[in-house]
Ligand binder design. Structure first.
Ligand code: SAM
Ligand code: SF4
Length: 334
């Protein structure tokens, strides 16, 4: 099918990330402050509106949907939404439906997710140490997440672990995390911490552990082969020859991978962010609510894609977070 959403830099937009809630049962230090004020319910797209939004994008050539948040699996009734997306998988219009989760609710929902057509989930986990886990997530409990991962694998979901690389926090667990993922047959991706939101006392530059350094440290223990897997996102992949595992590195700060960007992000209030690192957004909720048909919405989506910027401006090189954007990661869903 000829892609219908093509931006001014000739990039076809085929991947939509959707944040279905700004709420979360954790308070990770790099993502949220301890006392968050969440949006009033009426601001959020209803589950029916989320369906309309996603279905319109799918009608315009989006082939991959990733559901995120906040914590997507704490949104009330969210399984109804997943089940409603199954029809697009069945029709072949949607190639993949995935979810990024903190894992806390997977014990409850893994089987239903699989039944709805989800085959892969990304679980965010930065440490295997229960005390450190409680510290970094503030409200999270490691055992609950490990049980969730077990439930996902029992339900035949393929699990990928996402770990945020944090200086002085999980540097010493590089090998332990790698070996645990190898034993459990899970891929692992390291994410560089990004300058999102104003989180008060957290010293973000102090937390910054470049994933280029993660790679160098891994290379001291394993034979690393670059592999060509590209997802259209800011990740590069290598294979560890000794374990056969795929390790990803997401480096939005050290390199610009914007040239192959195929994605846009929808917030739970219906704002479309054309780039994770820019403030520019288009409100899609107003055209969605204004009209029963999807005509205005489709027009607004086309207009927004025509404004997708070439790339972002994150830069730590001068020891300050240039290009910092003021919203939290939980707003755009990472
Ligand atoms: N709650 C779900 C989770 O934690 O996986 C989904 C939403 S969370 C915002 C998506 C991803 O963003 C997680 O992997 C999280 O670790 C990552 N993240 C949050 N804040 C970040 C930051 N400041 N820099 C880099 N990654 C961040
Ligand atoms: Fe919640 Fe995910 Fe943000 Fe952690 S990273 S506070 S789990 S939304």
């Amino acid at each position: 099918m000829t892609p219908q959403l093509v931006d001014p830099f000739q990039r076809a937009i085929t991947y939509l990330r959707v944040s279905v809630t700004d709420r979360c049962d954790f308070r990770c230090v790099y993502c949220m402050s301890e006392n968050m004020t969440f949006l009033p319910k009426k601001e959020l797209l209803t589950l029916e509106e989320l369906d309309r939004m996603c279905s319109t994008f799918i009608g315009l050539g989006v082939e991959k949907l990733r559901i995120t948040g906040g914590e997507p699996l704490v949104r009330k009734g969210i399984m109804t939404f997943f089940q409603s997306m199954t029809r697009h998988l069945d029709s072949g219009a949607l190639k993949e439906l995935t979810v990024t989760t903190n894992g806390s609710q997977l014990s409850r929902f893994a089987t239903d997710l699989y039944a709805a057509g989800v085959r892969r989930v990304n679980v965010s986990l930065d440490t295997l140490d229960a005390d450190k886990f409680a510290r970094v997530t503030r409200w999270g409990r490691l055992a609950q997440v490990l049980n969730g991962i077990d439930a996902a694998r029992t339900a035949s979901l393929r699990v990928k672990i996402n770990a945020v690389a944090l200086k002085g926090f999980n540097e010493d667990e590089l090998l332990a995390l790698t070996e645990w993922c190898a034993t459990e047959d899970m891929d692992l991706t390291w994410i560089e911490v990004m300058p999102m939101g104003d989180l008060g006392n957290e010293d973000r530059i102090g937390q910054y552990w470049p994933v280029s350094d993660v790679r160098v440290q891994l290379a001291q223990h394993y034979t690393i082969t670059d592999i060509a897997t590209r997802t259209g996102g800011p990740a590069r992949y290598v294979r560890l020859e000794e374990t056969g595992q795929q390790i990803g590195f997401i480096t939005p700060l050290t390199h610009n991978f914007c040239e192959s960007c195929n994605r846009v992000r929808l917030t739970c209030t219906g704002q479309l962010y054309m780039c994770l690192g820019q403030e520019d957004m288009a409100d899609l909720r107003a055209p969605l609510r204004a009209f029963e048909s999807d005509l205005l919405l489709t027009e607004a989506i086309h207009k927004a894609i025509a404004l997708k910027p070439k790339g972002h401006d994150f830069d730590y090189s001068r020891q300050r977070a240039d290009g910092q954007v003021s919203r939290h990661m939980s707003h755009t869903g990472g």
